[in-house]
Design a protein around this ligand. Structure first.
Ligand code: ADP
Length: 545
């Protein structure tokens, strides 16, 4: 027997519709690329999103067409998110930090019909214009005064002029909630980037989970600053989640340095923010120098790579900001786990609570997880056994977009192989030790590169650390620790570093050597690029070899 409930599709337009109707006077604040702060509210944002939807229809954009965006976090980018998906097309957010060959590949692979770009990417796109034969037009997020010259980007359309032609009196169309809404490509550290094509349904379900107390716990009274870019897995869903709760949204534009972020956090009284550890390293360094305070900030989400303990302690002990350690991936929209405590953890000591926070988080309702050994046998959730993490759920992709054959990550049994190695305890906290391709295999046992790095960055003279496995004739691989010293740590020695690690890690994990570097290679999403680092050290010989 079927129930008698209203059959309302879960559509992304309903999120901004709700924000505009019931939180219409709540602000959206942007640091514009031109410099000044721009302010308006959810009501005005929806009208402009509708105008953009009308403009796209006028340009001949149809249901399911992909529209690429190359843009920072700004109010116009938010309007495009809703305008494109709301009218039934697909927002394809593109990471401008990808290599030109990768940009060419994904724009053509996605078969984008239009590109919508910030003025700061005009040169990038103009230089590659002939590589995108299927692109019908390029829309620049600018008013007439800030448009590039005609010879620079011939035929470019002005976003503000397109909106001026429309009245905005428009009903969001209704269609199947399983329609595609957004597309993100993984950074493709090996091989070509692969696309994750999200639906309206998966996005709304992800949003409902995201705002819940054991996830990000967002509320109408919050002020949210997504520093994580809208081209990095949709800023982890925050442009949707903030509309669902109707809170104030603060957008940093392209200035992601410590000083600029600090200014926005304090001037706009931000209560909640999110980004990868690299961003927080810059903010904390700035605040130390400038003697900064974070009176309004309550919670910071740190994810994308493991959050070092020292960073957590600085946020919590020195600035009284709660850290929410999170784990996810592009293929998961991206949320998989967020670290929040249970009632039984109230009795833990302060140190034990921080120990627990080292876990990348606790499993969310909607995501099912298990770990398996090399033969695919399920391992116990005892917090000890480590294996490859497999996941399934309604906001996890069933396959990659438009690949000629099924990716090996998608097995017939319906589970997605994450490529991450972790332990899971009986409460659902996951303890990530590595990516499968980064584990250091010493004498048949695995050494966690993440654990080595996290301990090493606790040293006050270490700015960044990376552990990689290098060939060893007896043990197969042994760890090499590469250290970037802080500005005042130039006198740091190998002995200092190894001495610091002693007692904090298992004896047989002790790196065979320590190398010093001025910088470490990072991926387009700001994570350590172990692939490039291994390349850098490919001819390196361990002193113990
Ligand atoms: P990419 O950076 O490759 O473009 P993602 O942003 O999807 O892609 O990265 C997902 C991966 O990032 C995860 O599979 C995991 O390896 C790593 N990661 C994310 N969060 C954490 C975390 N809290 N701790 C450790 N690793 C993490």
């Amino acid at each position: 027997m079927l129930a008698q409930m209203m059959d309302q599709p879960l559509l992304i337009s309903s999120l901004i519709g709700h924000a505009a109707k019931w939180h219409g006077d709540t602000e959206i604040v942007t640091r514009t690329l031109e410099g000044p702060i721009h302010r308006y509210d959810w009501r005005a944002a929806e009208v402009r999103a509708k105008k953009f939807a009308q403009a796209l229809s006028r340009l001949g954009v149809k249901h399911g067409d992909r529209i690429g965006t190359i843009a920072w976090n700004t109010y116009r980018h938010v309007e495009a998110y809703y305008g494109v998906a709301g009218m039934g097309a697909v927002t394809h957010t593109i990471n401008p930090r990808l290599f030109p060959e990768q940009l060419e590949y994904i724009i053509n692979h996605a078969d984008d019909q239009y590109l919508v770009i910030d003025t700061s990417f005009v040169d990038l796109v103009a230089g590659m214009r002939d590589k995108f034969p299927n692109i019908r037009g390029i829309i620049v997020f600018a008013d007439k005064a800030n448009m590039p010259s005609e010879d620079k980007l011939p035929g470019a359309l002005c976003y503000e002029e397109l909106l001026e032609l429309e009245h905005g009196d428009y009903e969001w169309p209704t269609f199947d909630e399983n329609s595609a809404a957004a597309l993100c490509y993984t950074s493709g550290t090996t091989g070509n980037p692969k696309g994750a094509l999200y639906s309206h349904r998966s996005t709304v379900l992800h949003t409902l989970t995201e705002i819940a107390p054991d996830c990000m716990g967002l509320a109408a009274r919050d002020t949210v600053l997504p520093v994580v870019p809208m081209f990095h897995v949709n800023a982890w869903g925050l442009p949707y989640a903030t509309a669902a709760v109707g809170c104030k949204l603060v957008l940093p534009g392209r200035d992601l340095d410590g000083k600029s972020i600090y200014e926005l956090l304090t001037q706009e009284k931000v209560s909640f923010t999110a980004a990868v550890p690299t961003i927080w390293m810059m903010l904390l360094a700035h605040m130390k120098e400038a003697n900064g305070k974070l009176d309004d900030l309550e919670r910071v989400v740190i994810g994308g790579s493991a959050c070092p303990r020292a960073m957590m302690e600085t946020f919590q002990d020195e600035y009284d900001v709660q850290v929410l350690h999170a784990w996810g991936m592009t293929e998961m929209s991206p949320l998989g786990t967020v670290n929040t405590p249970k009632a039984k953890h109230d009795v833990l000591s302060k140190t034990q609570k921080v120990d627990l926070q080292q876990s990348a988080g606790r499993v969310l309702y909607g995501v099912d997880m298990k770990i398996v050994d090399e033969d695919g046998i399920t391992l116990p959730n005892d917090g000890e056994a480590t294996g490859e993490l497999k996941v399934r759920g309604p906001w996890i992709i069933a396959d990659y977009f438009n690949l000629s054959e099924k990716a090996p990550a998608h097995a017939e049994d319906g589970w997605f192989s994450t490529g991450d190695v972790c332990a899971i305890d009986q409460d659902g906290y996951i303890w990530i030790t590595d990516r499968l391709k980064d584990v250091i295999k010493s004498g048949g046992e695995w050494i966690s590169s993440i654990d080595l790095e996290n301990v090493a960055v606790g040293h006050p003279k270490v700015a960044e650390a990376a552990a990689i496995g290098v060939h060893h004739p007896k043990w197969d691989e042994r760890p090499l620790l590469v250290i970037v010293p802080t500005a005042n740590g130039q006198d740091l020695t190998k002995e200092d570093v190894l001495g610091y690690l002693e007692g904090k890690i298992a004896k047989w994990w002790m790196p065979d050597d320590v190398a010093f570097a001025e910088d470490l290679p990072h991926t387009a999403t700001g994570k350590l690029s172990k692939l490039q680092l291994r390349q850098r050290f490919k001819d390196y010989k361990l002193p113990t070899a």
